[in-house]
Write a protein that binds this ligand. Structure first.
Ligand SMILES: *Cc1c(COP(=O)(O)O)cnc(C)c1O
Length: 451
């Protein structure tokens, strides 16, 4: 049977090498050519529609082809598409920086731009290291990271991450980091609250700081949810303890809110739930409402000032990317922030998150579900072979892929991480669409766990 999808698939498979993909998998499940998007829906060239329950890889905030964001990008396109940001500047980047500094946790006064999340992490790592150099503490050259963490795929970001599937093969290329156990509440003992578990797990971080503070630049964490590890969640108390310990030991705190920023966890930034401010804050993904590649690192005034001196002192941060602070991307970002301001998005999300929680709650009783967990607009269902022992399914059975395939057939884009089925929908999703995506996921889970 010939279809427009089929034509695009054939051309795609002849030349496109897809990200994070074993290309052989496309022999029986080809990539889906998307023709257009509208709201929470994607449509392929054969007219099939898919509810985007994963926000197109966690980037989209307000749905596809949003009229206000489209208009902002179109407007910007008419006047300036790109200009060098060294020696030059432009209104979108100036205004966006003002807005971000006003919205971010207190004390973050400077925005340094890059064009993707991994690059923002590289910037934060280099900036922290270089800060200590510039302030006479050159012995600091290491980073502390949490088990299960994910910070991107470039070599520096990969080194401070801890997802074995992505990291192990490249280990000989990576800098050596100090890894401590995660505060992830999933493996806590029965009867132990997430907060108590966080407190117990923090002992390991405190010990690492006691031992290594003199050689450590920063601790880097994903606040509240370790997304790529399977939406593993932890109590905000951990961030409070961490902020305090970093201050006591003279070590920076880098918050990677690339995935959790811009309302995913219920607050604009996840750090707000702990009442803390990091020294460096990495943002990307939802920064442009998922429209265009852009990232930024917000820094404290103290960090900024440590680089500010006569040129000949060679203390400047000489880092750059070609598309740093691209005006189109900044215009999209400003339009996204305007929507947060004008439509009380976070309040509406509280209602949507409650609906999501209610609809998914029955799954907690499923014989192959170990946990249903939620933080704001992120909800995850952890599937296991044995509910009593929490023994996972053998990874090679690829039950998550069965779920992915089944849900696509029913018009919902889910993309389980291993055997963790999660929802991270765009904020324009309706209560009925939430019901649909949970119903389809439930059906897919049933099918994938029955044999
Ligand atoms: C996606 C992600 C990154 C990397 O961002 P890219 O734009 O994909 O390079 C870094 N940190 C976290 C927490 C992420 O989720």
């Amino acid at each position: 049977m010939s279809s427009r999808n089929a034509d695009f698939i054939a051309r795609d498979l002849a030349h496109v090498w897809h990200p994070c993909t074993q290309m052989k998998d496309h022999e029986d499940l080809p990539p889906i050519p998307i023709r257009r998007g509208a709201g929470a829906w994607l449509e392929d060239f054969d007219g099939r529609r898919y509810l985007d329950a994963v926000s197109s890889w966690w980037v989209n905030l307000f749905g596809h082809a949003h009229p206000r964001i489209n208009a902002a990008v179109r407007d910007q396109l008419e006047s300036l598409e790109q200009v060098i940001l060294a020696g030059f500047t432009h209104e979108p980047v100036i205004a966006l920086s003002e807005e971000l500094c006003a919205l971010a946790p207190a004390g973050l006064t400077r925005c340094f731009y890059a064009d993707n999340g991994s690059s923002a992490v590289e910037v934060a790592l280099k900036m922290s290291f270089h800060y200590w150099r510039n302030t006479g503490r050159g012995g600091k050259h290491r980073f502390i990271t949490l088990a299960n963490s994910y910070h991107g795929e470039t070599l520096g970001a990969l080194a401070v991450g801890n997802v074995a599937l992505y990291k192990e093969i490249y280990r000989p290329l990576l800098m050596d980091v100090i890894t401590v156990p995660s505060p992830d509440a999933y493996p806590r003992e029965p009867g132990v609250t997430p907060a108590e578990h966080a407190r117990r797990q923090f002992v390991h971080l405190e010990a690492a700081l006691e031992r290594h503070a003199a050689e450590t630049c920063a601790v880097i964490v994903e606040p509240l949810v370790q997304c790529a590890a399977g939406m593993r969640m932890y109590d905000p108390l951990y961030l409070q303890l961490l902020r305090d310990a970093c201050d006591r030991h003279g070590v920076h705190l880098i918050a990677d809110e690339i995935a959790v920023g811009f309302g995913r966890t219920g607050t604009l930034f996840a750090c707000e739930q702990a009442g803390i401010a990091p020294d460096l804050l990495c943002l990307s993904k939802g920064l442009t409402a998922g429209y265009l590649p852009l990232s930024t690192v917000l820094a404290t005034e103290a960090i900024y000032q440590a680089f500010y001196d006569d040129y000949a002192k060679l203390s400047a941060f000489l880092h750059s990317h070609s598309f740093t602070g691209n005006p189109l991307a900044c215009a999209a970002a400003r339009a996204g922030l305007a929507l947060f301001r004008d439509e009380d998005v976070l309040a509406r999300n509280r209602g949507l998150a409650a609906r999501l929680g209610e609809r998914a709650a029955p799954l907690a009783a499923h014989p192959h579900v170990a946990e249903v967990r939620q933080r704001g607009m992120i909800l995850a269902v952890e599937l296991v072979r044995d509910r009593a022992t929490r023994e996972p399914y053998p990874f090679a059975e690829r039950r998550g892929r069965t779920i992915y395939r089944h849900a696509l057939g029913r018009g919902v884009l889910l993309r389980p991480i291993g055997e963790v089925v999660y929802f991270m929908p765009p904020y324009v999703v309706t209560p009925e669409e939430i019901d649909l995506m949970v119903a389809v996921a439930t059906e897919a889970i049933e099918r994938a766990t029955c044999a």
